[in-house]
Design a protein around this ligand. Structure first.
Ligand code: DCS
Length: 290
Protein backbone atom coordinates (compact mmCIF):
# COMPACT_ATOMS: atom_id res chain seq x y z
CA UNK A 1 0.00 0.00 0.00
CA UNK A 2 1.19 3.50 -0.80
CA UNK A 3 0.83 6.15 1.89
CA UNK A 4 0.26 9.90 1.72
CA UNK A 5 0.02 12.65 4.31
CA UNK A 6 -3.12 14.76 4.53
CA UNK A 7 -3.46 17.38 7.23
CA UNK A 8 -0.50 15.94 9.00
CA UNK A 9 -1.91 12.39 9.09
CA UNK A 10 -0.47 9.35 7.36
CA UNK A 11 -3.13 7.54 5.33
CA UNK A 12 -3.74 5.19 2.41
CA UNK A 13 -2.96 7.26 -0.67
CA UNK A 14 -6.13 6.15 -2.45
CA UNK A 15 -8.15 7.60 0.41
CA UNK A 16 -6.33 10.93 0.50
CA UNK A 17 -8.90 13.62 -0.40
CA UNK A 18 -9.17 17.37 0.03
CA UNK A 19 -12.20 19.66 0.29
CA UNK A 20 -13.51 21.17 -2.99
CA UNK A 21 -13.31 24.56 -1.30
CA UNK A 22 -9.70 24.10 -0.30
CA UNK A 23 -8.05 27.37 -1.34
CA UNK A 24 -5.21 25.50 -3.00
CA UNK A 25 -7.73 23.82 -5.28
CA UNK A 26 -9.77 26.98 -5.97
CA UNK A 27 -7.12 29.70 -6.06
CA UNK A 28 -3.73 28.00 -6.08
CA UNK A 29 -3.43 29.68 -2.67
CA UNK A 30 -0.47 27.72 -1.33
CA UNK A 31 3.15 26.78 -1.79
CA UNK A 32 5.07 23.56 -2.41
CA UNK A 33 8.45 21.83 -2.43
CA UNK A 34 9.92 18.90 -4.31
CA UNK A 35 12.77 17.15 -2.49
CA UNK A 36 15.03 14.48 -3.99
CA UNK A 37 15.55 11.16 -2.28
CA UNK A 38 18.59 9.01 -3.10
CA UNK A 39 19.12 5.68 -1.34
CA UNK A 40 16.09 6.44 0.84
CA UNK A 41 17.82 9.59 2.14
CA UNK A 42 16.71 13.21 1.71
CA UNK A 43 19.09 15.41 -0.30
CA UNK A 44 19.51 19.08 0.78
CA UNK A 45 16.58 18.75 3.20
CA UNK A 46 17.54 21.75 5.35
CA UNK A 47 17.68 24.06 2.34
CA UNK A 48 14.27 22.89 1.04
CA UNK A 49 12.65 23.35 4.45
CA UNK A 50 14.13 26.84 4.75
CA UNK A 51 12.76 27.79 1.31
CA UNK A 52 9.37 26.26 2.18
CA UNK A 53 9.19 28.40 5.31
CA UNK A 54 10.21 31.49 3.34
CA UNK A 55 7.51 30.84 0.71
CA UNK A 56 4.92 30.33 3.45
CA UNK A 57 5.93 33.55 5.21
CA UNK A 58 5.75 35.45 1.88
CA UNK A 59 2.07 34.56 1.49
CA UNK A 60 1.36 34.81 5.24
CA UNK A 61 0.56 31.17 6.02
CA UNK A 62 1.77 29.86 9.35
CA UNK A 63 3.32 26.39 9.23
CA UNK A 64 0.95 24.33 11.40
CA UNK A 65 3.83 22.11 12.57
CA UNK A 66 7.34 22.65 13.79
CA UNK A 67 10.13 22.02 11.27
CA UNK A 68 11.12 19.07 13.43
CA UNK A 69 7.60 17.56 13.23
CA UNK A 70 7.47 18.13 9.49
CA UNK A 71 10.86 16.44 9.05
CA UNK A 72 9.70 13.44 11.06
CA UNK A 73 6.50 13.13 9.00
CA UNK A 74 8.44 13.26 5.74
CA UNK A 75 10.95 10.67 6.91
CA UNK A 76 8.17 8.40 8.08
CA UNK A 77 6.45 8.70 4.68
CA UNK A 78 9.66 7.74 2.85
CA UNK A 79 10.12 4.76 5.13
CA UNK A 80 6.50 3.61 4.90
CA UNK A 81 6.55 3.87 1.09
CA UNK A 82 9.93 2.18 0.89
CA UNK A 83 11.16 4.95 -1.38
CA UNK A 84 14.65 4.35 -2.72
CA UNK A 85 15.26 6.83 -5.56
CA UNK A 86 12.59 9.42 -6.17
CA UNK A 87 10.97 12.53 -4.85
CA UNK A 88 8.77 13.72 -2.06
CA UNK A 89 6.18 16.32 -3.07
CA UNK A 90 4.65 18.44 -0.33
CA UNK A 91 2.36 21.43 -0.33
CA UNK A 92 0.57 23.64 2.14
CA UNK A 93 -2.54 25.61 1.26
CA UNK A 94 -4.35 28.27 3.27
CA UNK A 95 -7.04 25.67 3.99
CA UNK A 96 -10.73 25.15 3.19
CA UNK A 97 -13.18 28.02 3.51
CA UNK A 98 -16.24 29.39 1.59
CA UNK A 99 -14.94 30.97 -1.61
CA UNK A 100 -13.79 34.55 -1.19
CA UNK A 101 -10.57 36.03 -2.54
CA UNK A 102 -9.51 37.65 0.73
CA UNK A 103 -8.05 35.49 3.51
CA UNK A 104 -10.77 33.71 5.54
CA UNK A 105 -11.91 35.86 8.45
CA UNK A 106 -12.48 32.81 10.63
CA UNK A 107 -9.58 30.68 11.85
CA UNK A 108 -8.83 28.06 9.19
CA UNK A 109 -6.04 25.56 9.58
CA UNK A 110 -3.63 25.28 6.65
CA UNK A 111 -3.77 21.98 4.77
CA UNK A 112 -0.55 19.98 4.37
CA UNK A 113 -0.43 17.18 1.81
CA UNK A 114 2.55 15.07 0.81
CA UNK A 115 3.30 11.97 -1.19
CA UNK A 116 6.30 10.20 -2.65
CA UNK A 117 7.10 8.98 -6.13
CA UNK A 118 9.80 6.65 -7.43
CA UNK A 119 11.85 8.55 -10.02
CA UNK A 120 15.15 7.32 -11.40
CA UNK A 121 17.95 9.75 -12.13
CA UNK A 122 17.71 10.87 -15.81
CA UNK A 123 21.06 9.23 -16.58
CA UNK A 124 20.79 8.93 -20.38
CA UNK A 125 19.86 12.60 -20.71
CA UNK A 126 22.54 13.65 -18.23
CA UNK A 127 25.06 12.01 -20.57
CA UNK A 128 23.66 13.17 -23.92
CA UNK A 129 22.20 16.57 -23.02
CA UNK A 130 18.74 17.86 -23.96
CA UNK A 131 17.00 20.13 -26.47
CA UNK A 132 15.23 23.28 -25.33
CA UNK A 133 12.99 25.97 -26.78
CA UNK A 134 12.69 29.67 -25.96
CA UNK A 135 9.45 30.99 -24.44
CA UNK A 136 8.49 34.51 -23.37
CA UNK A 137 8.36 34.73 -19.57
CA UNK A 138 4.79 35.86 -18.87
CA UNK A 139 4.80 35.14 -15.13
CA UNK A 140 4.09 37.50 -12.22
CA UNK A 141 6.81 39.45 -10.41
CA UNK A 142 7.21 37.16 -7.36
CA UNK A 143 8.74 34.08 -9.00
CA UNK A 144 10.89 33.67 -5.87
CA UNK A 145 7.81 32.24 -4.10
CA UNK A 146 7.35 28.53 -4.87
CA UNK A 147 3.64 29.10 -5.49
CA UNK A 148 1.09 26.50 -6.60
CA UNK A 149 0.08 28.94 -9.35
CA UNK A 150 1.99 27.48 -12.27
CA UNK A 151 -0.12 28.33 -15.32
CA UNK A 152 2.58 30.25 -17.17
CA UNK A 153 5.12 27.51 -16.37
CA UNK A 154 2.65 24.88 -17.59
CA UNK A 155 2.11 26.69 -20.89
CA UNK A 156 5.87 27.05 -21.38
CA UNK A 157 6.50 23.34 -20.59
CA UNK A 158 3.67 22.34 -22.93
CA UNK A 159 5.27 24.39 -25.73
CA UNK A 160 8.52 22.54 -25.05
CA UNK A 161 6.83 19.13 -25.18
CA UNK A 162 4.94 19.91 -28.38
CA UNK A 163 8.30 20.76 -29.97
CA UNK A 164 9.99 17.59 -28.67
CA UNK A 165 12.00 19.60 -26.20
CA UNK A 166 12.82 18.76 -22.60
CA UNK A 167 12.50 22.29 -21.27
CA UNK A 168 11.48 25.84 -22.19
CA UNK A 169 13.99 28.61 -21.48
CA UNK A 170 12.03 31.69 -20.46
CA UNK A 171 13.05 35.29 -21.20
CA UNK A 172 11.60 38.69 -20.33
CA UNK A 173 12.22 40.59 -23.55
CA UNK A 174 15.93 40.08 -24.22
CA UNK A 175 16.77 38.94 -20.67
CA UNK A 176 16.99 35.21 -19.94
CA UNK A 177 15.31 34.39 -16.60
CA UNK A 178 14.95 30.63 -15.97
CA UNK A 179 13.39 27.43 -17.26
CA UNK A 180 9.73 26.49 -16.73
CA UNK A 181 10.85 24.27 -13.84
CA UNK A 182 14.62 24.79 -13.72
CA UNK A 183 17.38 27.39 -13.48
CA UNK A 184 19.52 28.22 -16.53
CA UNK A 185 23.30 28.64 -16.68
CA UNK A 186 25.62 29.59 -19.52
CA UNK A 187 29.40 29.29 -19.70
CA UNK A 188 31.52 31.77 -21.64
CA UNK A 189 35.34 31.75 -21.64
CA UNK A 190 35.33 29.54 -18.52
CA UNK A 191 32.96 31.82 -16.55
CA UNK A 192 29.65 30.40 -15.28
CA UNK A 193 26.88 32.98 -15.71
CA UNK A 194 23.38 32.70 -14.22
CA UNK A 195 20.49 35.03 -13.35
CA UNK A 196 20.73 36.55 -9.85
CA UNK A 197 18.35 35.03 -7.31
CA UNK A 198 15.94 37.95 -7.07
CA UNK A 199 12.13 38.13 -7.38
CA UNK A 200 12.17 37.20 -11.09
CA UNK A 201 13.33 33.61 -10.56
CA UNK A 202 13.12 30.78 -8.04
CA UNK A 203 16.25 30.50 -5.92
CA UNK A 204 16.99 26.92 -6.88
CA UNK A 205 18.47 24.65 -4.25
CA UNK A 206 20.35 22.83 -7.02
CA UNK A 207 21.55 26.20 -8.33
CA UNK A 208 23.02 27.04 -4.93
CA UNK A 209 24.76 23.64 -4.66
CA UNK A 210 26.28 24.24 -8.11
CA UNK A 211 27.44 27.76 -7.22
CA UNK A 212 29.05 26.42 -4.04
CA UNK A 213 30.91 23.81 -6.07
CA UNK A 214 32.03 26.48 -8.57
CA UNK A 215 33.63 28.28 -5.62
CA UNK A 216 35.24 25.04 -4.36
CA UNK A 217 36.61 24.33 -7.84
CA UNK A 218 37.73 27.94 -8.40
CA UNK A 219 35.42 28.26 -11.41
CA UNK A 220 34.56 31.96 -11.79
CA UNK A 221 30.86 32.82 -11.42
CA UNK A 222 28.85 35.86 -12.44
CA UNK A 223 25.34 36.05 -11.05
CA UNK A 224 23.95 38.65 -13.42
CA UNK A 225 21.28 39.11 -16.05
CA UNK A 226 22.38 37.80 -19.45
CA UNK A 227 20.74 38.28 -22.83
CA UNK A 228 19.36 35.93 -25.48
CA UNK A 229 22.25 37.05 -27.69
CA UNK A 230 24.80 35.97 -25.06
CA UNK A 231 22.94 32.69 -24.58
CA UNK A 232 23.09 31.79 -28.25
CA UNK A 233 26.81 32.62 -28.35
CA UNK A 234 27.59 30.60 -25.20
CA UNK A 235 30.31 27.93 -25.08
CA UNK A 236 28.11 25.74 -22.86
CA UNK A 237 24.58 25.87 -21.49
CA UNK A 238 23.05 23.75 -18.75
CA UNK A 239 19.96 23.74 -16.58
CA UNK A 240 19.47 22.65 -13.00
CA UNK A 241 16.68 21.34 -10.81
CA UNK A 242 15.97 18.85 -8.06
CA UNK A 243 14.88 16.21 -10.58
CA UNK A 244 17.20 17.16 -13.49
CA UNK A 245 20.40 17.78 -11.45
CA UNK A 246 23.07 19.36 -13.76
CA UNK A 247 21.54 18.82 -17.20
CA UNK A 248 23.52 19.78 -20.34
CA UNK A 249 21.57 21.81 -22.95
CA UNK A 250 22.73 21.03 -26.46
CA UNK A 251 20.10 22.82 -28.54
CA UNK A 252 18.03 26.01 -28.11
CA UNK A 253 15.11 26.64 -30.49
CA UNK A 254 16.74 24.61 -33.27
CA UNK A 255 20.24 26.12 -32.88
CA UNK A 256 23.03 23.90 -31.62
CA UNK A 257 24.91 25.07 -28.54
CA UNK A 258 28.60 25.21 -29.49
CA UNK A 259 29.54 21.79 -31.00
CA UNK A 260 26.37 20.09 -29.76
CA UNK A 261 28.16 18.13 -27.02
CA UNK A 262 27.95 18.66 -23.25
CA UNK A 263 30.85 20.97 -22.34
CA UNK A 264 33.82 20.44 -20.04
CA UNK A 265 32.69 22.85 -17.30
CA UNK A 266 29.26 21.20 -17.32
CA UNK A 267 30.90 17.77 -16.97
CA UNK A 268 33.06 18.96 -14.09
CA UNK A 269 29.99 20.32 -12.29
CA UNK A 270 28.07 17.08 -12.90
CA UNK A 271 30.95 15.21 -11.29
CA UNK A 272 31.00 17.59 -8.31
CA UNK A 273 27.22 17.26 -7.98
CA UNK A 274 27.44 13.48 -7.89
CA UNK A 275 30.07 13.72 -5.17
CA UNK A 276 27.67 15.93 -3.22
CA UNK A 277 24.91 13.31 -3.57
CA UNK A 278 27.27 10.57 -2.39
CA UNK A 279 28.44 12.63 0.57
CA UNK A 280 24.86 13.34 1.69
CA UNK A 281 23.09 10.11 0.69
CA UNK A 282 25.73 7.41 0.13
CA UNK A 283 27.04 5.62 -2.94
CA UNK A 284 25.07 5.67 -6.18
CA UNK A 285 24.34 2.52 -8.14
CA UNK A 286 25.07 4.23 -11.43
CA UNK A 287 26.99 7.38 -12.28
CA UNK A 288 26.48 9.92 -15.08
CA UNK A 289 30.15 9.81 -15.74
CA UNK A 290 30.76 6.09 -16.10
N1 DCS B 1 12.81 27.37 -11.26
C1 DCS B 1 11.54 26.91 -11.26
C2 DCS B 1 10.47 27.74 -11.85
C3 DCS B 1 11.26 25.65 -10.69
O1 DCS B 1 10.01 25.19 -10.68
C4 DCS B 1 12.33 24.87 -10.16
C5 DCS B 1 12.11 23.52 -9.55
C6 DCS B 1 13.63 25.39 -10.21
C7 DCS B 1 13.83 26.67 -10.76
C8 DCS B 1 14.81 24.65 -9.64
O2 DCS B 1 14.76 24.62 -8.25
P1 DCS B 1 15.38 23.41 -7.41
O3 DCS B 1 16.80 23.30 -7.82
O4 DCS B 1 15.24 23.85 -5.99
O5 DCS B 1 14.59 22.20 -7.73
N2 DCS B 1 10.89 22.94 -9.67
C9 DCS B 1 10.52 21.70 -9.02
C10 DCS B 1 9.28 21.17 -9.64
O6 DCS B 1 8.28 21.80 -9.80
N3 DCS B 1 9.49 19.91 -9.97
O7 DCS B 1 10.74 19.51 -9.71
C11 DCS B 1 11.49 20.58 -9.17
Amino acid sequence: MAYAIVNGKLMDRSEAKVDIEDRGYQFGDGVYEVIRVYNGKLFTLKEHLARFEKSLASIRINLPFSTQELTEMIKQLIEKNNLHTGIIYMQITRGASPRNHAFPSEVVSPCLTAYTKEMPRPLAKLKSGVNTILAEDIRWLRCDIKSLNLLANILAKQKAGENNCYEAIQHRGQDVTEGSSSNIFMVKNGVVITHPSNELILKGITKDVILQHCRNLSIPVEERVFSLKELTAADEVFLSSTTSEVMPVIEISGSTVSDGQPGTVTRKLQQAFEQEIVSQCGNLIESTLA
